[in-house]
Design a protein around this ligand. Structure first.
Ligand SMILES: [Zn+2]
Length: 324
């Protein structure tokens, strides 16, 4: 089915990659197939992957990594992505780098979603995609799941309804995933493209190559950009302890607005009915209560996140799409 999408007249594939290397790991075969079918291909690199201190420390034999060092590392990773994409057949002119903060996409989309999606919207308007490949909302890396949110909000803003192909890099494949089969030649080219990300292989060759060797799988979503009526009272997919509730907050994002909401005990009096509330019931389930005057024309997403900074970058709870 995915090959049929790519072979349609006027097919335009946009790949959203949070970091340099995601494009090769997750869509190296898809990109080759799209080009072979005559589709236009655009690859959007959201960050330069510059917040990557351990490989940089190892490569440059230094402990302290300053802002200038990070910038230099980002330039190097961009160059590696260009080399990788050239192996896959994508010219420089089809690569768009947005330079967003590496490990900062959740913050970006939850501070001001409209500003965060402006650059992606511009690319969508230029390329008029019929197929968009984007990280899965369930990916445990926060930049990946936030990239999914940004992409859906941007599509809604541009009023575009391409087929959305979600891919997983950090986490287990879902039951909805379809394998995109690659021939031997495409596999070989993909492995060469992954190997072009030399900085990423230095410390993590085994892990990166294991990602690359997995079959390419995508979940197809036809309604990802559709707007919805926000639920007045929705149970969220999280059941947490009182202690966890005291250490977490809920992020709610639409393309109009974003909120960061403290979690209240179920019997807490509504302090402000103007704003959405998140309450934990006696059994530990979280509920989102949204006042009637708040509506959204875009999809809406909520993320449960710890409030205390942690060295562990992967999400414990992650995002859910409201009404899904
Ligand atoms: Zn990534």
């Amino acid at each position: 089915m995915i090959r049929e999408f790519l072979a349609e007249g006027g097919a335009s594939l946009v790949v959203i990659a949070p970091h340099p290397d995601d494009e090769s790991l997750a869509t190296g075969g898809l990109v080759q197939a799209a080009l072979a079918s005559g589709a236009r291909v655009t690859v959007v690199m959201l960050t330069d992957g510059d917040n990557n201190p351990w490989p940089q420390r190892a490569a440059e034999r230094r402990i302290w990594i300053g802002a200038g060092d990070r910038e230099r590392w980002g330039v190097q990773r961009r160059q590696e992505a260009r080399a990788a994409l050239s192996i896959l057949g994508v010219p420089d002119a089809s690569i768009r780098c947005l330079g967003f903060p590496d490990l900062g996409l959740t913050e970006l989309v939850s501070a001001d979603a409209d500003a965060a999606i402006a650059g992606v919207c511009e690319i969508f308007r230029d390329t008029n995609p019929t197929v968009v490949a984007v990280p899965s909302l369930s990916d445990r890396h926060p930049d990946h799941s936030a990239a999914h949110v940004m992409c859906c909000l941007a599509l809604a803003k541009c009023d575009l309804r391409p087929r959305l192909l979600s891919y997983m890099v950090h986490g287990a494949a879902s039951a909805l995933d379809r394998e995109f089969e690659l021939g031997a030649n495409a596999c070989e080219q993909k492995m060469r493209a992954v190997a072009a990300h030399r900085t990423q292989l230095m410390l993590s060759r085994t892990r990166i190559m294991a990602y690359a060797e997995r079959p390419e799988c995508f979940a197809i979503d036809f309604g990802a950009a559709a707007g919805m009526k926000l639920p007045a009272n929705a149970r969220l997919p999280w059941r947490i302890s009182r202690l966890s509730a005291s250490l977490a907050s809920l992020i709610l994002v639409t393309n109009d607005r974003a909120w960061r909401i403290a979690i209240q005990a179920d019997d807490a009096a509504a302090r402000n009915e103007e704003s959405p509330r998140c309450v934990r019931d006696a059994d530990g389930w979280l509920w989102l209560r949204i006042p009637e005057h708040i509506s959204a024309t875009s999809p809406a997403f909520a993320k449960l996140a710890g409030r205390i900074a942690s060295p562990w970058i992967y999400d414990r709870w992650g995002w859910t799409r409201l009404g899904a």
